[in-house]
Design a protein around this ligand. Structure first.
Ligand code: DLZ
Length: 162
């Protein structure tokens, strides 16, 4: 039997740790910005719902998803934050750019997670079509920005467990 699909978008707020004191960085790619804006909205609203103060959400934009790891690394160096959410949207085109950008972005973010003291969340859509991206940015498949925010809070709590 196929496993039931998990969608963190339907999370139960009280199951998450209190996040009042957290300071969160969000790095957003400007490519496909109507998608990344929706993902940012989903992430920001979720953080606010979890009790994070508006002034403790730091948003920075980078040109494309390829720059997300660099942007996150800068943010961690320059700002005291508990976690970073990287938001991007990479769409398959006619050339091989998709595989290079997607792989480099994923590798860069994973490397940060292994090297940096705070969690860095991969909230990057890698889609074949714009429709798939729209479905995942507030459409019928939910909003992956919400999932990114939840994952970030869970990983901060995980890191802070003694
Ligand atoms: C160049 C490029 C292309 C073709 N497509 C995307 C995309 O679908 N999504 C995305 O986030 N960025 C794209 N980029 C830009 C690259 O991420 C990067 O900004 C440039 O190659 C400059 O380093």
């Amino acid at each position: 039997m196929a496993e039931k699909k998990k969608n963190l978008d339907s999370y139960i707020p009280f199951q998450l740790p209190s996040a009042e004191k957290y300071r969160i960085g969000i790095v957003v790619s400007e490519w496909n910005d109507h998608i990344t804006d929706s993902l940012l909205k989903g992430a920001r609203e979720t953080l606010l719902q979890q009790g994070i103060k508006e002034e403790n959400i730091v948003v920075k934009h980078v040109p494309g998803s390829f720059e997300l790891p660099t942007g996150a690394a800068h943010l961690i160096r320059q700002t005291p934050i508990d976690g970073v959410i990287c938001i991007g949207c990479i769409i398959q085109g006619e050339t091989r750019h998709f595989e290079f950008i997607a792989q480099a972005t994923a590798d860069g973010i994973m490397r940060l997670n292994l090297q940096q003291p705070v969690p860095v969340i991969f909230s990057v859509l890698t889609c074949d079509t714009m429709q798939q991206a729209e479905d995942r940015a507030g459409g019928k498949m939910g909003n992956k920005g919400v999932e990114g925010a939840i994952s970030c809070l869970k990983m901060i709590a995980f890191d802070q467990q003694s």
